[in-house]
Structure formats: C-alpha cells, structure tokens
Design a protein around this ligand. Structure first.
Ligand SMILES: O=C(O)CCC(=O)C(=O)O
Ligand SMILES: [Fe+2]
Length: 336
C-alpha cells in the first residue's frame, strides 16, 4: 500500500498507542523495521502516542518539575518582569488567561514559561544560536532572583536531555514516511525547539467551557514531547468522530504528538491532532511540552510521495519561522 492509500483508509482511533523505545539506537534491521512500522501507524492513524523506555532519567524530570514549582510560586510582580509580551517572540512568562489557543475560547487557564536552545555552560544565559533564526530570533530571558541559577540549570538540563531524544526521533519519522533516515538532517541543524513549563490551577465548581486549561488546538511544530504530571488526568485528544479520548499520564512514559509542520510537509498524511487539557482534579497540575520544529528558514514544502491528483496540496508554502511567528502572535493577541 502507498502511504497515501494508508492515510485514506484509516478509521477513528479510540485509544492512544504506546511504543517501547528500548531499541531506538539498535542497528538490527528487524527491530528497526518493527519500530518504524509502529511509528508509521501511530502517526497516520492517531497523531499521538506514548513512548516508554525513552531514556530520560527520572532525576532530570524531577529537577525540571521542582524548577517549575519554584518559578510559578514567585510573586506575580517578579514573574511579570519577564513577561513574554515584552520579549522578542514571546520568550519568558505568560500569565493566566494571557494566551488563547482555541479561537472560540476566552483564554487559557494556565501560566507558562517558554525558552529556546542555549548552552548549559554560559552561566549568565541569554546566548543562543540565532544565525538562522530570522523572524524567530530573540534571546531567552530568565528570572533575576538568587535561586534563579538553579532554575535555569534544571530547566536547561531537561531541555538538553529531551532534545537528544527528539534528534533520535527525526530519522524514525523519516523512515516512517518512506524517506532515507537523514531526510530531516539538513533541516534540523539549529535547534529550533521551544520548551515550556506549564502550571494549571485546579478548576472547581461550574466551569465556563470557553475557559479551560488549554483550549482545543493543534501544535505548530513537527512534533511535541510532553511530560505530564503522574496521577492527574487532564489531556484529551479529539478523534475523527469528534469524541474526546482521554490521554492520562502513564508513569515512566512521555507523550509524543505531531504538529502542523509535519502535517503540512506530509500533506495531512501525518496527523496534527486536536487536543486540549482541563484540570478538574482539585490540585495544581504541571506539564512540560517541548516543541520540535524545523530550522526557521526551512520552507514547508510537501513531500512528493504525499501528493497525488486525488490528494492535491492545499497549503501556502511558507517558512517554518514565518508559520510559528504568526501562530504565536495570534495566540497572544488575545485580550483578557
Ligand atoms: O498540558 C498539557 O497536557 C497539554 C499542553 C499542550 O497541549 C500545549 O502546550 O500545546
Ligand atoms: Fe498542545
């Protein structure tokens, strides 16, 4: 079957598959083929999957969680010193209700802190590879308080560990698309990956459907690696029957979901699936997405094997940077 035939034949999913990454670095062709076929099925049919045995150490995750808790417990005035609307490309702090992911919504009930790549060993921070960032150029901002050094180190330790995993996933996605493993290599040279710490206060009593944790949306980059706090159900994924399917945290695993850059390049063969999060658990919830994009100067052109006369390409070709910048501006143009 061609990849287009496969994408045309799918039915609505009712659960989110789990893929074991134990063999991700193995050269054994049989193991590789099996892994690639699981990834292909999940990407074409669901657009979401869990990964187990992903190799991110528990202490790195705990460090990032503690960092998030520390940061969000700072006084509002301190956090607002690095508000994202004052920075280039919305790096820094986004207060509750300042963003709105669902155009029908009235604001997302979450606060966040977002940053991009920088090396671990420059103690003052703010340095990053901007040579090709174009419209997405803009240094990271970090809180100024004394303990902020530990915050930056813990956040960047997680960023670097998860980016290593992300780099190992690109060849898998390429093979799942019948391309050579290095297909994305020249398009992922400059770490166009953004990490966001998120905090969702609990929602109790009657909830206005237009204000939930994060409204229904698709992600914008190629794929997202999401850590969600164990024991707290909040994330839901929309299937083609318009039913919300719960994607609860599975201890020791991470969620991977595809975004619009992949959907554009694959002409919709890889699904950028709509999802949302609602925290009705009566406790605070934290989550950490890391969004993996193509280098900002890459044009989002379709792969020839994903286009046919019956499946024409209907997107405008723009660069990854132009796309992300436009979506950021739209999300934060929301008025509280
Ligand atoms: O907090 C979550 O579980 C989801 C976050 C999310 O979808 C996003 O930040 O794009
Ligand atoms: Fe998302």
């Amino acid at each position: 079957m061609t990849i287009i035939d496969e994408a045309t034949a799918i039915n609505a999913f009712h659960d989110v598959p789990v893929i074991d990454l134990t063999n991700i670095y193995s050269d054994d062709p049989v193991l590789r083929k099996d892994l690639v076929s699981q990834v292909r099925d999940a990407c074409i049919r669901v657009g979401f999957f869990y990964v187990s045995n992903h190799g991110i150490e528990r202490c790195i995750i705990t460090g990032a969680l503690e960092a998030a808790k520390w940061f969000f417990s700072l006084p509002d005035e301190t956090k607002m010193e690095i508000e994202n609307k004052k920075q280039a490309n919305f790096k820094g702090y986004s207060p509750l209700l300042s963003g709105n992911n669902d155009p029908n919504g009235a604001g997302d009930l979450q606060e966040g802190f977002e940053f991009g790549w920088e090396p671990l060993d420059t103690p003052k921070g703010g340095v990053q590879d901007e040579s090709t960032a174009g419209v997405m150029a803009g240094a990271n901002v970090w809180p100024a308080q004394g303990e902020a050094v530990g915050f930056r180190e813990a956040a960047l330790a997680y960023y670097h560990a998860v980016t290593k995993l992300g780099k190992a996933l690109f060849p898998l996605f390429a093979e799942a698309l019948d391309q050579s493993p290095d297909f994305f290599e020249d398009k992922t040279q400059h770490s166009a990956a953004l990490m966001k710490l998120l905090h969702y206060p609990p929602q109790t009593g009657p909830v206005d459907d237009r204000v939930i944790g994060i409204g229904a949306h698709t992600d914008w980059e190629c794929f997202t690696i999401l850590w969600q706090e164990p024991g707290i159900q909040a994330l839901q994924v929309l299937n083609s029957e318009k039913r919300w399917i719960n994607a609860p945290p599975i201890d020791g695993s991470l969620v991977i979901n595809l975004g619009d850059e992949f959907a554009r390049m694959t002409n919709g063969v890889f699904k950028s699936t709509v999802h949302r999060a609602i925290n009705r658990n009566g406790v605070e919830r934290y989550s950490i997405p890391l969004f993996f994009g193509l280098d900002y100067n890459t044009r989002l052109e379709p792969m020839p094997n994903c286009v046919s006369p019956e499946r024409p390409f209907e997107y405008e070709v723009i660069t990854a940077g132009e796309y992300i910048k436009a979506r950021l501006a739209q999300t934060y143009s929301h008025k509280r």
